[in-house]
Design a protein around this ligand. Structure first.
Ligand SMILES: NC(=O)c1ccc[n+]([C@@H]2O[C@H](COP(=O)([O-])OP(=O)(O)OC[C@H]3O[C@@H](n4cnc5c(N)ncnc54)[C@H](OP(=O)(O)O)[C@@H]3O)[C@@H](O)[C@H]2O)c1
Length: 351
């Protein structure tokens, strides 16, 4: 297993993070015994970073994770959870108010049987709560010793920068990470969010890095995908991941896997990790056997040529203003050598 620092923070994490959304899920997940074997296999392989949320299986994922961690040396692990989704039907049982953040954090710690967690992430943006209130509440949790670091998930790029600016002004802790949907068939974050995270010194954590199983190469046509447990239960995933170009990409992924002697799963995860802006990929599994291919990506680096072929197969269309930048910015700033250490990271304009 290889390790990376989470953004500009001093926190080192395994570059494979274990996702626990499957824990306790009857339709497309696994029970306590299997979850325990997944956690054991992950830690035995050198994995240190584990992600959960109060949302997953209505808190059951956190309960199971807490049981699976019993007797483990927590100082060697980095445990992350999240809040934001409704936990009940009251108006304060959701969102990012000081009241909810503190109560949700305490409830997550109780479910996991922990005194503190390492990374606490807001799961989405709250359109009603002032961002200063949210950042102050996260900072209070750091001061109270209940969390070590704060991160975000699913925010727009401008919201990330606004929140960190509010934290800077208030002297509060800033986000050290952004958890985002990123995989070979959904590269939306390359336009705004990934550059914003780099600018803000935040590490990117990729959720659904295998497109919920599509990029394992086990489905070779749409009908097979739709029949699977996950895609039958979560029909919104069909439009998100299953389209002609995505199925063509799976073919290339399988061919490259054959060439490199690795599984498509390993190659798909290693593709994301090729970019050092990505700190960790959050892979899910419903058995320890499934996890073994993902674990391999924790230590294996994809060759450059394979990376480039996959990158070029289904490029993300950035649209405006990137189109404008290509015609206006590139020719206007071409008098000096491109210096990646100095330039702000725009979508890949300079090749
Ligand atoms: N922040 C957010 O909003 C957000 C949203 C979603 C997820 N997450 C986080 O990201 C984690 C991962 O999400 P995800 O489960 O969608 O990720 P994923 O890694 O893209 O998909 C995982 C699924 O792929 C299949 N799979 C994995 N390895 C396999 C293998 N070797 N062979 C065959 N099938 C394999 C399994 O599903 P089947 O066996 O059912 O095919 C597994 O449950 C979650 O656990 C959670 O921690 C965060």
């Amino acid at each position: 297993m290889k390790y990376r620092y989470l953004g500009n923070s001093g926190l080192a994490v395994s570059r494979l993070c274990l996702g626990t959304m499957t824990f306790g899920n009857e339709a497309w997940g696994c029970d306590l015994a299997t979850s325990q074997s997944i956690v054991d296999a992950f830690i035995d392989a050198g994995g240190t970073f584990i992600d959960t949320a109060d949302l997953y299986t209505k808190g059951e994922s956190e309960v199971i994770l807490g049981k699976a961690l019993k007797g483990k040396d927590l100082t060697r692990l980095v445990i992350a959870s999240k809040c934001w989704f409704p936990v009940d039907d009251t108006p304060n049982g959701r969102g990012l108010s000081r009241k909810h953040i503190v109560e949700a954090c305490e409830a997550s710690l109780r479910r996991m049987g922990l005194d503190y967690m390492d990374l606490y992430q807001i799961h989405g943006p709250d359109p009603y709560t002032p961002v200063e209130e949210t950042m102050r509440a996260l900072d209070d949790l750091v001061s109270a010793g209940k969390i070590r670091y704060a991160g975000c998930s699913n925010l727009y790029a401008w919201q990330i920068v606004k929140a960190n600016a509010a934290a800077e002004i208030g002297g509060f802790t800033k986000f050290i990470s952004g958890q985002y949907l990123y995989n070979l068939v959904r590269r939306d974050i390359e336009t705004e969010i990934l550059p914003a995270c780099v600018d803000q010194g935040m590490g990117v954590l990729c959720w659904s890095p295998l497109a919920a199983g599509l990029l394992t190469g086990k489905y070779r046509d749409r009908e097979e995908v739709f029949k699977s447990d996950r895609f039958s239960a979560m029909t919104n995933l069909r439009d998100r991941y299953v389209f002609d170009e995505a199925m063509d990409l799976v073919e290339l992924l399988c061919a490259i896997a054959k060439e490199t002697g690795k599984s498509p799963t390993t190659v798909a995860l290693a593709w994301l990790l090729k970019d050092k802006a990505v700190t960790s990929v959050i892979a899910g599994a419903r058995s320890a056997e499934q996890l073994s291919d993902s674990i391999e990506a924790g230590a294996w680096d994809l060759p450059d040529e394979a990376y480039r072929k996959l990158k070029d197969k289904l490029p993300h269309k950035h649209g405006y203003p990137t189109e404008w930048m290509e015609t206006a910015l590139v020719p206007s700033f071409n008098k000096t050598e491109d210096d990646p250490g100095r330039a702000q990271r725009f979508p890949p304009l300079f090749g």
